[in-house]
Design a protein around this ligand. Sequence first.
Ligand code: DUC
Ligand code: ZN
Ligand code: ZN
Length: 465
Amino acid sequence: MFDTIITGGRISTASDTFFCDIGIRDGKIAALGMGLGGASQRIDATGKWVLPGGIDSHVHISQPSGEGIVMADDFESATRSAVIGGNTMLLPFCLQERQVPLRETLNAYHAKAEGQCYTDVSFHLIISEVSETLLGQELPALVDDGYTSFKIFMTYEGLALRDLDIMRVMAAARRTRALVMVHAENDDVIRYLSDQLEQAGKTLPRFHATSRPAVAESEATSRAISLAELSDVPLMVVHVSNREAMEQIRRARKRGLKIFGETCPQYLMLTEADLEGLNMEGAKYVCSPPPRDHASRQACWEGLEQGIFSVFSSDHCPFRYDDPQGKLTPKGRTSFRWIPNGIPGVGARLPILFSEGVMKARIDINSFVAMTSTNHAKIYGLQGRKGTIAVGVDADIAIWDPEVRRILTHDMLQDGSDYTPYEGIEIIGWPMTTLVRGKVVVRDGELVGAKGDGAYVPRGISAFA
Ligand code: DUC
Ligand code: ZN
Ligand code: ZN
């Protein structure tokens, strides 16, 4: 006897596609086969594609973003949009605050997430201030407790680490077997160019892209890879936007280094021309690295098609547009430099890649599953528990209807922002029903779950650490 049986679907994992029924008991996949017997609930998936629920390992939720700036999503709205878009787990960040024990800040994120989530969540740690106590005591204890990935920034005042501190964090990661994620852009180049642009009166949102050229990203990517090689740690280069940075990752992987790459919907779907909108409209597309040109978009597609990128994440970092606490902050109206960096995408990520990638035959369905779920689980220490359809793993499942056609509009996504950068694109295929640990949270496209259906999940060590 099962709690739920999903019947008749076409199941795809990162490696295989097959037809069978899925028996779910106590939140886990208990059997795969035909004629499984009785169940309290049956879900008919005939004609549908049954996939592991999406894991989005790069989202920002309720993260402090500067004076007077407020992120558009809390844990309720971000995870709501996530399940509507076929996700069952998110990995947001805990941003270390200066002079505050990291555990204390982490507890505040837990308090904000507790009882609010529709998907499962787990936290990465952003390291912004390096000290002996952090490296020698705080981080080892936190890794033991299931916070097994650190993110570092090479740009942004107050966040950027110099190479010396990057080496120290990498050494701590090596000792504790944590995985390092890096935001790779050369801070001094960006500061220099931003000063020059402002002095020339070039302050509109579109100059955000001019101030952060591709070479600032590829230089920092190359440096980060070199530091990881020296330190012998696995490194995830997040939000890669252009060919040269992608090629650095390709070359490193070819040499056998444990270097991983991530790209995001904005680098496949947008270009810097989107930042040129009338008045401040371009602010809607301000994110870092910025969307680039058509050739860069093509390079990011190649990175996905050729398996150079291991993961496709949203980098969901939402600010409302028409809001003085969002993109139209008074300071942001004076210069691109002060426009909050980031765009929403947690709900749109999977439909975009399914439609543009799988339905347009750029990638196959198994690669889709790998890059949106399975590889996130392996890389971030959830292997054996999440990210696939197999007996014994959590029953985190999204049932897709490949026949559905929709024009994407912001109201479909149910997040806390007031726009989507992807308004008006045609989407083929939609995740109609989503189960989180066996519980139906979205049924026939409607949210039926309750906040609190998602829980915090401590992670193990990365399969690559
Ligand atoms: N980097 C991120 O990873 N997210 C949003 C903004 C940024 O610069
Ligand atoms: Zn970043
Ligand atoms: Zn991010």
